[in-house]
Ligand binder design. Structure first.
Ligand SMILES: [Zn+2]
Length: 137
């Protein structure tokens, strides 16, 4: 058996990156009045993107080995890069191939999804602060 066949086909995984969102805490809102908190919460809710854009995962780029004997990739000249949507569920990770002409649309959905998650987290932090003041309505 040649060494090529025993090598994993997925060779390099390069994460194309998702902005790391700083999770807000209710202590960020201590200085605001209840009225200001509710106004902030309303503005955040109004700014939310349409939830129909929601798409979870992150884009990864991979170089691949096709496994055909004599192919240039067997000499280390890999194919790609190919773009995949990586979807994690608990310990599983699934990769969905993303054709080049769809990569930008997928990227836009992912960015809006990050924005929705971060806005909802901020609204939750505001509600936690309202709760601490017994003002959760
Ligand atoms: Zn090949």
């Amino acid at each position: 058996m040649s060494s090529v066949l025993t090598e994993p086909r997925m060779t390099a995984i390069l994460c194309l990156g998702r902005a790391q969102v700083q999770m807000p805490s209710n202590s960020d809102f201590k200085s605001l009045s209840v009225r200001q908190l509710r106004a902030r919460r309303r503005r955040l809710a109004m700014s939310l993107a349409d939830p129909q854009v929601n798409l979870e995962g992150s884009l990864v780029s991979q170089m691949r080995r096709c496994g055909k004997e004599g192919c240039r990739c067997s000499q280390g000249e890999l194919h790609g890069p190919y773009v995949y949507l990586s979807i994690r569920r608990d310990t599983d990770r699934r990769l969905v191939y993303i054709p080049a002409d769809l990569a930008q649309a997928v990227q836009r959905h992912l960015a809006l999804t990050d924005q929705i998650e971060s806005t909802l987290a901020t609204i939750s932090a505001i509600n936690l602060e309202l709760l601490a003041r017994r003002q959760l309505d």
